[in-house]
Every structure is written in structure tokens, then in C-alpha cells.
Design a binder for this molecule. Structure first.
Ligand SMILES: [Zn+2]
Length: 603
């Protein structure tokens, strides 16, 4: 193409997408838009990206924010270049900017034929491709969840993703009309569960590899690495929301210690699973705290220990994880409360007849599942289940409450309810770009680049110093002596190890993070502990458990989190933000709670 002045400063290496995030749109020029119907290049613009790119004849490529590294965009750049078109500078722009520039581009420049042929771009969009593309790109960036929010008022769809426990906002943007088509299309790619899609009623379905291939006539596939997705749509104020939980194909199960548990905690869990006493072990934690991953590793280790001589039965609703050796009796995804309850009750009856030695109940969520878990545990079956709760000690207290209505003499019997666990999931700092504590003063700018944008580098340094003082206070209080803090490392500014080729395009809160680790508390109950919990004296029960001699109980989830800070695995600021107890001397002076958050545990 012709020689043109470039209005931007960003040179583009072949195949390279320079790291600018949310860069301002380049100033308007009178360059002509190439990517529009009627131009030769248009047929090389795949439907997946027709709305995402605008290439001008001065070599400027505008890409919708978040799509710079999209594989389809990269393909397009390669193809355009192969056809002799220049692609000299890439800008990520907002949807409004992109639309404006397309309009002005199509009306200006030399190519009047193109302007005359301008049409409605959105009609070319394949919502299946866009939806699967969101999932693919989010998953490639490490996401566990994708959230789509269609707002007709603002004529906008925003797509967020949860990556390493944090929300990565506006991974993609889209027009509201297209967003709604995508939400509808994704529902239709699922197992036909709840009839016709509706924007006014919440809908749930499951996208499996099979259902996506079947429903799209083989045209679309879930990306390799994803086994299935749990889909939920729901009406919101002026549009529709949709949440997609991604269930990856499991890697070979990792050991409990590899997941972040202490050796003594692994030993206690193995003892509970192999001593032949059965009983109930409950695992607490918020959504996304690693409960399912931990249960998989634990139960598979127990299964290996028994060498196939025990019968393992599992019921998960929804099915989240495959466990080696386990017979699965899962409930179908449905949002109809009555149908769900009927099916669930039928499954629970079948389980009792299936004669399990080991039962995994994905979650205790109502009276019937609670009652089944307790009655099997009472007869010596090993039962484990999860619960959404902020602390371990509050678990039996809640089970005996009116919501679940279990018999207190069973719940508070430490021979029946034998084990309690509480998990917190923490992001791990990337080992390659994290900053050792000794280098903080000299590298404050790098510390700053991973932290808050509203603080100066000096502020950030002072903040880290204060946090270290809190960690030090905790170590003195708990271990009655100072800890060696010279191995502490702060999260770094991001590097190819943790951010791949998109360092700059990652928002600050996500840079320098690589994987996660579990900070767990695992305890065995005893008669005194249960008596205190039964009286509602949760803090006293926690203190009793904590002070039991030489016991694994002393490893609280906060204790484990601090240990991970001291070893340089977790950023100290992360731990301070997530454990209230670290934040004041008054809380620190209280008896060590099991979760470090005992004040919130039993309300
Ligand atoms: Zn890194």
C-alpha cells in the first residue's frame, strides 16, 4: 500500500503486540477504512473479529480493548500483511472510539466506493463464535469464571473474568445487542436442561465438550483444557447477566502438600480417612477457596491407600471434579427448585442403598443432604462434604441450627463429627519477578508497578514497611519471638513467566502472580471442643482447640498464610488484606481464632 504518515508512535514488530493497555485512540486522520464490506480485505476478516478491528490504509490498526492478543486478530494481521497491506501500529480502543473511527473512516479518505458500500457490521457476528471466544481467551489468561453483563441502558456488554481469585475487569467489551445474542447462544450450546432461553427468568445449564459440538453442528468446540462450564443467566436491572464457571480438565492430582497444606495437616487428613472410624469431616471455605481441589487430592490418596478395597460414592451438584475410583451419582443441572429437590431426594435414597464405605457429598445444602450425611456417618461410613462458612468451628453449630435441623446429640458427638477444615486460597507471587525484601528501597518503582495506581512509589514502600511490622508483631505474639523475615518477597511487576506476552495489558492487581496456594486449618474435634461449640461459645472452642498440646490445631489458616509470607511464597500485602486479625493489636491480642476471623464466624 502507499506511503503514509503514521500518526502514532507505536512501532509494531511482526507478530508482536506491544504492551499498552487502554491506550488513548490515536488522533483522527483522514486515512480510509479498509476493513469494511466492499473492500477486498473484508472477506479476510473472520466473523469472530468483524466488530473488533478497524484497519486503515495508513497502517493504523484499532483493536477493541482486551482483544489485542486474540488469536483471530493475530491471524488477521498476518493475513493482511501477506496480502501486502501495512499494519504499522496497533491501538487498543474503547467500543465507542472504535465505532466513531469506523464511521469517520468510512466516510473520509479516497475510497468513496467503500463508503457507499458501508453496512451493518453486527449482522455478520456469529454469537456462538464470540461466546466461545470469550471463554477461550479468558481461560487462556487463567480465568476460572467469566461474567457477562449486558446493559441495554448503556448499550454496552462488559465481560469480566476471575483470574487467580481476582476480578479482571472488562476483559472484553461489546454492544448490548450482540452481548444478549451471545448470552442466548451460549445457553443454547448447553445440555438442553430448562427449555427455551429467557431474558426475564434465571436459567442454568451445563456446557460440555459434547453439547457444544452437538448444538453447533460440529462448528464450535470448547477449548482443549476445558471439560465443561456451568452456565447461569439472570435478569439484571436493565439487561441480563451471565456467569460461567469453567471446569478445567484436571491435571494429575497433586498431593495435599503441593496444594499448600502443611505436612502435619496432610497426616491428620490421611488418618481421618484411613483409621477405619468413619464419621463426618467437613470442609469449609468461601466459593473458590480450593475446597474441591483439596477433596480430590485427599480422597484419591485415601483411595490409593485402600488399594480399591473400599467403595467410594460421590454426588456432586453440579459435577465439579472427577475423582479416581469414585462412583458418581450426580444431580442434573436444573433451576426448577421442585424438580431439583425431587431428583436430589431420589439420588440420596439410591446412595444409601449403594452401600458406600466412603461418601463425598459435594455440598451440604439442605435438610435432606444434611440428614443423609449425618445418618451414614453415624453408622460408620466415612462422609465428607463442603460448606460455605467463614470458619471451621462454626460448622457444627450451623448444622444443628434450624436451617438444617440435625439432632444435636449427633452433630456435637465428636465420634461422629470428627474432622473440620477451613481453607483460604491465596495467590502466589511469581518466583521470577518477585522482589526480595532487601531490594525494596532500591526497587520501589517496581513494587509500585504491581500495586496501587493511586499511591506514589514512596507511599508503596512505606505501606510495605508497615505491613512487615504487622507480620513481625504476629510472629512475636504467636511464636513468642521474632521471625526471620529476610526471605520475604513482594509481588513483582510481571514477567514472561507469569504474564506471558501480555505484561502491560494485564491490570496491576494481576501482575506478578503465578498460581495459587491453599492456607488451611485442619482439626480433629474432641468432647470439650464440641461442648463449647454446642453452647455457642465459638471463640472459647477455638481457643481450646488451639491450646491443645502439641497439636496440628495450632496451624490455623492465618498461621499458614504467614508462614507462606515468611518463605516468600505469598505477598505480605495479600495476607494483611485478607486476615482481619492481622490488622490491629487488639485483635492480635485476642485468643488465636481458628480462621483468624472468629469475630465473624458465628453471626
Ligand atoms: Zn513474573
Amino acid at each position: 500500500m502507499g506511503e503514509l504518515t503514521i500518526a502514532t508512535s507505536e512501532p509494531l514488530e511482526p507478530g508482536e503486540f506491544p504492551p499498552t493497555y487502554g491506550a488513548a485512540a490515536p488522533p483522527t486522520t483522514d486515512a480510509a477504512l479498509l476493513t469494511q464490506p466492499g473492500h477486498d480485505l473484508w472477506r479476510h476478516v473472520s466473523s469472530q473479529i468483524a466488530d473488533l478491528v478497524a484497519l486503515f490504509d495508513d497502517g493504523t490498526l484499532l483493536v477493541l480493548k482486551g482483544h489485542r492478543a486474540d488469536v483471530n486478530v493475530r491471524d488477521f494481521v498476518q493475513r493482511a500483511r501477506a496480502l501486502g497491506y501495512a499494519v504499522r501500529a496497533v491501538h487498543e480502543v474503547t467500543m465507542d472510539d472504535l465505532a466513531d473511527r469506523r464511521r469517520s473512516g468510512s466516510a473520509s479518505g479516497t475510497n468513496q466506493r467503500i463508503a457507499a458500500a458501508g453496512g451493518d457490521y453486527s449482522t455478520d457476528v456469529d454469537p456462538n463464535a464470540v461466546g466461545i471466544g470469550y471463554i477461550r481467551n479468558a481461560f487462556a489468561a487463567g480465568a476460572t469464571d467469566v461474567h457477562i453483563e449486558v446493559s441495554h441502558g448503556a448499550n454496552r456488554t462488559r465481560v469480566d473474568a476471575r483470574i487467580n481469585t481476582l476480578i479482571h475487569p472488562q476483559l472484553f467489551e461489546q454492544a448490548a445487542e450482540i452481548g444478549e445474542k451471545v448470552v442466548r447462544a451460549l445457553y443454547n450450546l448447553g445440555d438442553a436442561g430448562e427449555g427455551t432461553f429467557s431474558t426475564t427468568v434465571s436459567k442454568t445449564t451445563r456446557l460440555s465438550r459434547q453439547s457444544v459440538a452437538d448444538q453447533s453442528g460440529g462448528k464450535h468446540m470448547l477449548p482443549d483444557g476445558i471439560k465443561s462450564c456451568r452456565y447461569t443467566s439472570f435478569p439484571i436491572q436493565d439487561g441480563i447477566g451471565c456467569s460461567i464457571r469453567i471446569h478445567p480438565v484436571e491435571a494429575a492430582g497433586r498431593s495435599l502438600q503441593e496444594l499448600g497444606l502443611a505436612e502435619a495437616q496432610e497426616e491428620l487428613l490421611m488418618e481421618l480417612g484411613t483409621d477405619g472410624e468413619g464419621g463426618l469431616t467437613l470442609v469449609a471455605g468461601m466459593t473458590g477457596s480450593g475446597k474441591t481441589t483439596m477433596l480430590k487430592s485427599w480422597l484419591e490418596a485415601v483411595y490409593r491407600h485402600h488399594e480399591g478395597t473400599k467403595r467410594f460414592v460421590g454426588v456432586q451438584d453440579p459435577h465439579e471434579v472427577d475423582i479416581v475410583g469414585m462412583l458418581s451419582m450426580d444431580a442434573a443441572a436444573t433451576d426448577d427448585a421442585e424438580a431439583r429437590q425431587d431428583e436430589y431426594d431420589a439420588i440420596l435414597k439410591r446412595i444409601a442403598r449403594a452401600d458406600p464405605d466412603f461418601l463425598l457429598l459435594g455440598e451440604i445444602r439442605d435438610r435432606s443432604s444434611a440428614r443423609l450425611a449425618m445418618s451414614l456417618a453415624n453408622f460408620g461410613t466415612f462422609v465428607t462434604s463442603t460448606f460455605h462458612a467463614e470458619s471451621a468451628a462454626a460448622l457444627p453449630f450451623r448444622l444443628a441450627g434450624t436451617e438444617f435441623g440435625l439432632e444435636p446429640s449427633q452433630v456435637f458427638n465428636h465420634h461422629v463429627t470428627r474432622g473440620l477444615a477451613h481453607l483460604r486460597l491465596l495467590p502466589r507471587t511469581c518466583p521470577d519477578c518477585s522482589i526480595p525484601i532487601g531490594q525494596w528501597p532500591d526497587r520501589r518503582t517496581e513494587l509500585h508497578s504491581a500495586g496501587s495506581a493511586t499511591l506514589t512509589p514512596d507511599d508503596v514502600l512505606r505501606r510495605y514497611d508497615r505491613i512487615i511490622a504487622r507480620i513481625d508483631a504476629y510472629c512475636r505474639h504467636v511464636a513468642a519471638g521474632p521471625a526471620a523475615l529476610d526471605a520475604v518477597r513482594a509481588r513483582g511487576p510481571g514477567c514472561p513467566t507469569c504474564c506471558g506476552g501480555q505484561i502491560g495489558s494485564r491490570p496491576r492487581p494481576l501482575r506478578g502472580i503465578k498460581g495459587m496456594t491453599i492456607a488451611a486449618h485442619v482439626m480433629r474435634t474432641d468432647a470439650r471442643f464440641m461442648a463449647l461449640v454446642r453452647d455457642g461459645r465459638i471463640s472459647d472452642a477455638e481457643a481450646h482447640a488451639y491450646h491443645r498440646d502439641g497439636d496440628v490445631n495450632r496451624l490455623t489458616s492465618l498461621d499458614r498464610a504467614v508462614a507462606k509470607v515468611v518463605s516468600g511464597e505469598v505477598d505480605p500485602a495479600t495476607v494483611l488484606a485478607r486476615f482481619r486479625k492481622l490488622q490491629s493489636d487488639r485483635l492480635l491480642a485476642e485468643d488465636p481464632g481458628i480462621s483468624g476471623e472468629s469475630a465473624e464466624a458465628c453471626t
